[in-house]
Design a protein around this ligand. Structure first.
Ligand code: ASP
Length: 366
């Protein structure tokens, strides 16, 4: 790090801000990048351990997940255990077509799941990618973190590992997801040998998935000691090439926690996060003094600027969705989205609810 961009933090205040192993890190934080930036996170004094505000945030599909995780944290549960228990509800839900059981399959009609976990207090992480037949990849990711010397297992190796730990194999393709995939396959190319069925034979819902929906759940939680953990779990991009891995299981791209600073996780076009290492960068922006909202919007602006022409609309704006869910050590939080309106889920002392995301571009209703 360039020494001229470091600032000292009074030792007493710094030690009050961190817990456990993190007390051993160097006593510096990066300076704010430039004059005039939003420094909300940095200027707010941190509570003492035991007095941090309990918060759980997630993507919009995680209302029940945030409630479940919040209750587990209030009972004294570890923040990662709590977040994983929360997202397990969505992994188990056949109606969520972007996560776990019922997730939309790859182009061959096979469900391949990605998931990762990151535990703030120990700075440990685990992940699985392109995992088939196991409906709770977040649990497998946590075991990779806890019971291997590795961070990421993929494909057949991840499945073997899950089997060894007693996970039950099952077909994750629900009838609903199969019908959606089949229609996508049949209507994809006028020149191939699949023929699009007449409208009267189609389940009307099937057609609404034609635009390759994005999904995924990210969930992050903080306890009264200010310890933060998070997890992301997904069936990834609908109809992806077999073996395609998105951002969700890649630490730093799809999610990241620094227990002294905060966390960031994402849903939407994973390739953009892989190309911009978005979540770790968002946490670094918060370390530099940006609020969660400003850090998230800055990442979205960079991604918009870096997008290739084929991914831009006629006005030059990205033609894809991408959202971030950010939680700062002082309890500040935000959801931010490339395109609005969009919302995220939160449970805190005020209850469980959706809140609007800050957005870079607004969709204009036609
Ligand atoms: N980020 C996920 C991926 O690229 C998909 C999504 O969130 O929709 O795999």
């Amino acid at each position: 790090m360039n020494r001229t961009t470091e600032v000292s933090v009074p030792r007493r205040r710094f030690l009050a801000n961190v817990t456990g192993a993190l007390a051993a890190v160097p006593l510096t934080i990066a300076a704010a990048h430039a004059a005039g930036e939003d420094t909300t996170s940095r200027s707010a004094p941190l509570p003492r351990p035991g007095q941090f505000p309990v918060r759980v945030i997630s993507s919009a599909n995680g209302l029940d997940a945030t409630r479940t995780a919040y209750e587990a944290i209030l009972k004294g549960g570890d923040t990662l255990d709590a977040c994983v228990a929360g997202v397990n509800l969505v992994e188990d839900d056949p109606n969520d077509t972007s996560v776990g059981y019922g997730g939309l399959p790859n182009e061959d009609g096979i469900v391949e799941l990605d998931a990762a976990v990151m535990h703030g207090p120990t700075h440990q992480a685990g992940a699985v990618a392109a995992l088939q037949n196991i409906k709770n990849p977040s649990k497998v990711a946590k075991l990779v973190m806890e019971q291997t010397d590795h961070v990421l297992l993929v494909g057949e190796g991840a499945l073997k590992f899950a089997r060894a730990h007693g996970f039950k194999e099952e077909d994750l393709l629900t009838e609903r997801a199969r019908k959606i995939w089949l229609y996508w396959r049949q209507s994809r190319d006028k020149d191939d040998d699949w023929i699009e069925p007449p409208d009267e034979l189609l389940d009307p819902e099937v057609k609404t998935f034609f635009k390759r929906p994005t999904g995924t759940i990210h969930c992050a939680g903080m306890n009264t000691n200010g310890d933060i953990s998070c997890t992301t779990t997904t069936s990834g991009l609908a109809f992806k090439l077999a073996g395609r891995v998105g951002d969700s299981p890649i630490i730093g791209a799809g999610l990241y926690v620094d227990n002294a600073v905060g966390s960031s996780g994402s849903t939407g076009r994973g390739e953009a996060n892989l190309q911009n290492l978005s979540c770790s960068t968002a946490v670094e922006l918060m370390r530099g003094g940006r609020s969660p909202k400003e850090a998230g919007l800055e990442i979205l602006r960079r991604i918009a600027a870096n997008s290739v022409n084929r991914l831009r609309d006629k006005d030059g704006r990205p033609n894809f969705d991408l959202s971030f869910y950010l939680l700062a050590k002082n309890g500040d939080y935000a959801g931010v989205s490339m395109w609005g309106p969009a919302k995220f889920a939160i449970t805190d002392e005020k209850g469980t609810r959706h809140e609007p995301c800050a957005v870079l571009f607004e969709r204009v209703a036609k």
